[in-house]
Design a protein around this ligand. Structure first.
Ligand code: SAM
Ligand code: SF4
Length: 440
């Protein structure tokens, strides 16, 4: 391979995909590939895909189609589909997209560097999706986008059978990385200046390796000097242990921030989703968290329009929202995913009803988020300043320990620092604050 080969990597989907893409970029960099600034200049274009909802899949497919003219103009260009779509559709993608050269599944990503080298020689089209249930590790350092906070994958795959979810099919059986590897990676990050890590897994609460459970792993990671903030996603409510709550309560480096997807609030829908808890269990869990950690920020994921969801079922979701009072919620319209158990049930909530329920849910949640954030006005918060605000170059943005975005005035020299702020205003999605002296 010549030393000037370049790649352009496009990423769709969740934090796990972002993290996989950084790992792929690291592997390519270690082999001499450079990142191209535009796809038109690249020798290889890689599309890392998401299929969790139909809309995400369609976005990725649309982008893949758009690459066809580039391939026509430059037949030497290599185009690859990576990740969840690759794992789901494999060989069929080569048939449907004649301009695509290779398809690499979720756990075969560490092979990409080698594969690209081979494909350049042989010009053969390749499908590599065999390692779905195997342990996974990259040898090179990921090429991390952010130099202040970053993600560390602690486990791959998922053993849960949520009836709507395609992830177990695209990411395989659960496998936990050795705790020693995770700690070594975090130590390396701390030594090179990273301040915040986000531990990633589909259900971090089922992490287990040797004698280490997730709470044990968190304690080990918290022992790494220099890491100021530790976060983790995602916690499945059915597996969240008392030991985890105690660990978060007792360990200053672990942010008091719980992302706990409820998905729905009505018992009938929760049972059909196969979530393993009911409305009362979920509520009890959040009450337990708040008793132990009164300032805990709790967020969630919610879906509307699950097959058979009646107005009464939906009222259960609104009821749970009003009872729990989440700090924030990601809200989605249910989308049928072929091959999942729920796909066998008619998708019988009309699209207009789904949209209307989503709207009502967002309204209820926005009101709650606004009330919670307004009640924070006057409070002191420790904020890690991350960079310029998106809306104005004169303002900075940072996050509280509860992961809320805060806008503040200040010089760019504050970026990377943890500052004490007094909150002056709160809206549904944003807080505003001003700097105070530590003792002020
Ligand atoms: N493992 C995590 C969990 O259990 O919460 C996240 C999995 S998924 C990548 C992120 C979110 O997408 C889920 O929490 C769920 O709300 C949503 N989701 C999953 N399948 C979906 C579907 N078929 N239609 C709509 N939303 C879906
Ligand atoms: Fe999907 Fe459920 Fe696994 Fe999350 S826990 S990835 S929603 S099957």
């Amino acid at each position: 391979m010549n030393n000037h080969s370049s790649y352009f990597l496009i990423t769709y989907g969740c934090q796990m995909n972002e993290s996989d893409s950084e790992a792929v970029a690291g592997d390519l960099a270690a082999r001499g590939w450079q990142a191209a600034s535009r796809e038109a200049d690249a020798d290889a274009i890689l599309v890392n895909t998401c299929v969790v909802r139909r809309s995400a899949e369609q976005r990725a497919l649309g982008r893949i189609w758009q690459l066809a003219p580039l391939k026509k103009a430059r037949p030497d260009l290599l185009i690859g589909i990576l990740g969840c779509l690759a794992q789901k559709d494999g060989q069929a993608l080569l048939k449907r997209y004649p301009h695509v050269d290779f398809v690499v599944g979720t756990r075969d990503l560490p092979k990409i560097g080698t594969l690209l080298g081979e494909i350049r020689q042989t010009r053969e089209r390749v499908v590599c999706i065999e390692d779905i249930d195997k342990p996974m590790s990259f040898t090179a350092e990921p090429l991390r986008q952010n130099s202040l906070k970053t993600r560390v994958t602690i486990m791959y795959g998922c053993n849960n059978g949520c009836s709507y979810c395609i992830v177990p099919a695209t990411r395989g059986r659960e496998w936990s990385r050795p705790a020693a590897d995770v700690v070594a990676e975090v130590r390396g990050l701390a030594e090179r200046g990273w301040r915040e890590v986000m531990l990633l897994g589909q259900n971090v609460n089922s992490y287990h390796e040797g004698s280490h459970d997730f709470a044990g792993l968190l304690r080990l990671v918290a022992g790494v000097e220099g890491i100021e903030r530790i976060r983790y996603v995602t916690s499945h409510p059915k597996d969240l242990s008392d030991r985890l709550i105690e660990t978060v309560a007792e360990t200053p480096a672990i942010c008091e921030n719980f992302h706990l997807p409820a998905q729905a609030g009505g018992d009938r829908v929760l049972a059909r989703m196969n979530r393993g808890y009911g409305q009362a269990d979920y509520l009890r869990l959040t009450e337990k968290i708040r008793r132990a950690i009164p300032n805990a920020a709790i967020s969630t994921d919610l879906m509307v329009g699950f097959p058979g969801e009646t107005e009464e079922d939906f009222q259960g979701t609104l009821e749970l929202a009003r009872a729990v009072r989440w700090d924030s919620a990601f809200t989605f319209i249910y989308s049928t995913r072929e091959g999942t158990p729920a796909a066998a049930w008619p998708d019988d909530v009309p699209p207009a009803v789904k949209k209307e329920r989503l709207q009502r849910l967002i309204e209820v949640q926005e009101k709650i988020s606004t009330e919670i954030n307004e009640a924070m006005v006057g409070s002191r918060q420790k904020v890690l300043v991350e960079g310029p605000s998106r809306r104005s170059n004169e303002m900075l943005m940072g996050r509280t320990r509860g992961d809320k975005v805060v806008i503040l005035a200040g010089k760019s020299s504050l970026i990377g620092q943890t500052v004490a702020l007094k909150i002056t205003r709160g809206t549904a999605y944003t807080l505003f604050g001003e700097k105070v002296n530590h003792d002020g």
